[in-house]
Design a protein around this ligand. Structure first.
Ligand SMILES: [Zn+2]
Length: 409
């Protein structure tokens, strides 16, 4: 990976893998066109307008016909929905008319550890809430979400040491990472099943989201973003260092040359930063609350450390000034966007004072800036522990889908 390499331009959003079912139901269905680098830049006020909605969602289409996949199955018109066929396959050929932003999700992302997870502010069912809300919006059907594969041990070891991975079977080690003391007494097999497996699945979702972003320009994982996980140490509810693992794999495969992690989770992403420091073509731009975990802060390529109780206006003004400068400085051909919702004023684990609208504007700005510069962007959700977290993520994703699903260039 050479620091002098000029990033190649990326195509606009392209095909999505999960359309085969719908296309088989409605071969004449023609999803919206992709946005390209030549698309006009949008403003936050513009994307809030109802007329900016997608031309016609497939959910609405099927509803209009009185058809759903499950109804067809029940009526025997469709013998069986093969959900395995919906797994993301980057080698699969796609139709040029199939142009929705890829979303990755599995119900396996959600964490339930016999109620012990409730001892931490983390909402183990947050991802399910976001998934349900996006479906309810009419922007996606269940079949539209790509189901990722679990990240393999070989992939995890692109960053993690074998000793660290084997130590995760120890309840004491894991209880420290997850900040839930009673996990010490839970058998390793149960911990692996109820906590680690969901995280490996979400980490796999991050990897496949990154692949889809390279292919289509933009993709979103409804989970992931474990930015406190280091080579041989976890922390802050982060076990697997999903972002740098995915980036290193894509670099090794020659799919990307220079990657920028844009981290807007309220906490400094110390794990990602520690890994990125050893990589010549992986850079970190991190916006965080300097008054909260982790301690001590670590050295990063570009730290934007806000004082306690920073409001949305100040936050956004800095983001809008600095992100374009960072893109100019690091010249990435790929952005990994860690879009934490713990920046919200309602979040118990940070002092930031952003409103939901501020966070939505933040996410829209980052995605729009990447696309305007023809840089592929993979978005993951990262942290968020307050009562507005799921709603804020949902609104951000919906705004992005309405902007980039089929807007004409
Ligand atoms: Zn956080």
């Amino acid at each position: 990976m050479q620091k002098t390499a000029k990033p190649p331009l990326r195509p606009g959003i392209g095909a999505h893998s999960n359309k085969s079912l719908l296309m088989s139901l409605r071969p004449d269905f023609s999803p919206c066109r992709a946005v390209t680098a030549a698309s006009p830049v949008f403003s936050y006020s513009e994307i809030m307008k109802p007329e900016q909605k997608n031309l016609l969602s497939r959910r609405q289409l099927l509803a209009g016909l009185g058809l759903t996949a499950s109804a067809l199955t029940g009526a025997g018109l469709l013998s069986e929905i093969d959900f395995d066929s919906l797994m993301y396959d980057p080698k699969k050929k796609h139709s040029d008319s199939d142009l929705l932003v890829p979303l990755f999700y599995s119900k396996g992302y959600n964490i339930s550890a016999f109620g012990l997870e409730k001892l931490h502010p983390f909402d183990g069912s947050k991802y399910q809430k976001i998934y349900n809300a996006i479906k309810k919006s009419g922007l996606r059907n269940a079949e539209d979400f790509a189901r990722p594969h679990e990240m393999t041990t070989e992939q995890l070891m692109v960053v993690h040491t074998a000793e660290y991975l084997s130590s995760l079977g120890n309840g004491t080690v894991l209880s420290k990472i997850l900040e839930v003391g009673p996990l010490r007494v839970v058998p390793a097999a149960l911990i692996d099943w109820r906590i680690l497996k969901p995280m490996r699945l979400a980490a796999g979702g991050t990897l496949e989201t990154c692949r889809a972003a390279v292919k289509h320009g933009l993709a979103i994982n409804v989970g992931g973003g474990y930015h406190h996980a280091d080579y041989d140490e976890g922390g802050g509810f982060c076990v697997y260092c999903d972002g740098p693992i995915a980036i290193k794999i894509l670099c090794k495969e020659g799919l990307i040359k220079r990657a920028l992690i844009v981290d807007t989770d309220a906490h400094q992403g110390n794990g990602f930063a520690n890994v990125a420091r050893d990589e010549s073509a992986l850079f970190v731009l991190d916006f965080f609350d300097e008054s909260i975990y982790p301690w001590p802060k670590v050295r990063e390529d570009w730290s934007v450390a806000f004082p306690a109780k920073t409001d949305g206006h100040t936050y956004l003004a800095n983001l809008k000034r600095i992100l374009p400068e960072a893109i100019e400085k690091f010249k990435p051909d790929f952005i990994f966007y860690n879009a934490g919702s713990d920046v919200l004023a309602s979040d118990p684990l940070s002092t930031f004072l952003l409103r939901v609208e501020d966070m939505n504007e933040r996410d829209a700005f980052v995605v729009e800036t990447a696309r305007r510069n023809s840089i592929a962007l993979a978005m993951v959700l990262a942290g968020g522990y307050g009562p507005e977290s799921a709603r804020a993520h949902t609104q951000s994703i919906e705004l992005i889908l309405r902007r980039f699903d089929g807007q004409t260039s």
